[in-house]
Design a protein around this ligand. Structure first.
Ligand code: FMN
Length: 359
């Protein structure tokens, strides 16, 4: 089967069969669809022949080296979809060049009350206020240990990033210690770590993007990375919000450069509701971060702005809904890209489309 035909098969299978079912599950509750998707990924991760069949339908990407890590393609799965690492062996077979697990926190926590996830279908967006529901860093470390995933061993076939956040119970003033606890537990399993200071769903978290707080946090994590492995420290990426002003981004960039960050991830979800159209305007008052098509232009603008001012590699994420969006993000200066919402709406064909075009 040619690459084009495989992509058309995946597009039809997802668009006509799977997505209509997924979007109706649990009376249309997106969290039920999310759980079923993860269960399917877990099955794929466990059953080798299924994984081989999935890999056969996917197009491989072209490899590239970023922050000293070899990625087998341009497009990864963004943080938040596989928080617990249950599908860690599946994502490579689905054409992704890396997965960012998490966000996890030092303490296990349930996240916000449901409902906390909303589809804005007309706008091709999602609003979420999940609030870092996760089993805690120690549980993720145990999952990865069982799965045989250790830094650099490519047991999953692709590099593994791990996103770290702050536990809700930990006061902001003690945030650094919280991140360091998670980092200590997970560093043996991570090819890179992402410092999530940009989720809108943990009170005060975004203030950790302020210069002084960020300096303290990133410097502490980079120092820890060097103490774990002096010759080849785990790269520390910083994930930023799209709602920062250019002045604030300038500060973030200075801090990241001075503190020795390995790169940036731009962007997280937005608090803006400008991109909501039609019936989705009714969702405008739901608290949380908006992702998907309403974020495309701003995320690309932030990536372009950062790339023009730094040599640090940038992972571009936000509203990549098509191969064209992916190419535009890379033209803006992204060394790698990631998907979340585009994968929900377009499914596995989107990964093929990107891998075919971004060569
Ligand atoms: C339901 C949901 C949960 C998310 N959880 C996280 C998270 O835990 N950590 C994080 O850094 N980003 C999280 N994100 C943000 C995504 O990783 C991504 O930065 C954002 O959605 C923009 O990309 P997209 O438009 O392709 O979705 C989440 C996004 C969604 C939709």
């Amino acid at each position: 089967m040619t690459a084009g035909l495989r992509t058309r098969v995946l597009a039809a299978g997802y668009g006509r069969l799977l997505r209509p079912v997924l979007f109706r599950l649990g009376g249309g509750d997106p969290e039920v669809a999310h759980e079923r998707t993860l269960a399917a990924a877990q099955t794929l991760a466990r059953v080798r022949p299924l994984r081989a069949a999935a890999a056969g339908l996917h197009v491989r990407g072209t490899s590239r080296r970023v922050a000293g890590i070899d990625f087998p393609g341009p497009v990864g799965l963004a943080a938040g979809l596989d928080k617990f690492g249950v599908g860690v062996h599946a994502w490579g077979a689905l054409g992704f060049s890396h997965v960012e697990l998490g966000t996890v926190t030092a303490h296990a926590q349930p996240g916000n009350d449901q409902p906390r996830l909303f589809r804005a279908r007309e706008s091709r967006g999602i609003i979420n206020r999940m609030g870092f529901n996760n089993p805690g860093a120690a549980a993720l470390a145990a999952t990865l240990e069982r799965a045989g995933v250790r830094r650099g061993n490519r047991a999953a076939g692709i590099p593994i990033g791990i996103s770290l956040g702050k536990s809700k119970v930990t006061p902001l003033a003690e945030a650094t210690g919280d991140y360091l606890t998670s980092f200590g537990l997970l560093a043996p399993h991570a090819d890179y770590v992402a410092v999530n200071v940009s989720s809108p769903n943990t009170p005060g978290l975004r203030s950790l993007q302020d210069a002084d707080a960020l300096q303290q946090l990133v410097a502490a994590l980079v120092t820890a990375a060097r103490s774990f492995d002096a010759t080849d420290p785990v790269p520390v990426f910083v994930k930023v919000a799209p709602d920062l002003t250019f002045d604030a981004l300038e500060d973030v960039l200075s801090v990241c450069t001075a503190a020795g960050a390995g790169g940036l991830i731009a962007t997280n979800t937005t608090l803006s509701r400008d991109g909501l159209v039609g019936a989705d305007r009714a969702l405008a008052d739901e608290a949380g971060g908006l992702s998907g098509a309403p974020l495309t232009a701003r995320a690309r603008e932030v990536v372009g702005w950062l790339a023009a001012r730094t040599e640090l590699p940038i992972i571009g994420v936000g509203g990549i809904m098509s191969g064209d969006d992916a190419l535009a993000m890379m033209d803006a200066g992204a060394a790698l890209i990631q998907l979340y919402t585009g994968y929900v709406y377009r499914g596995p064909a989107l990964v093929n489309e990107i891998n075919e075009r971004a060569r």
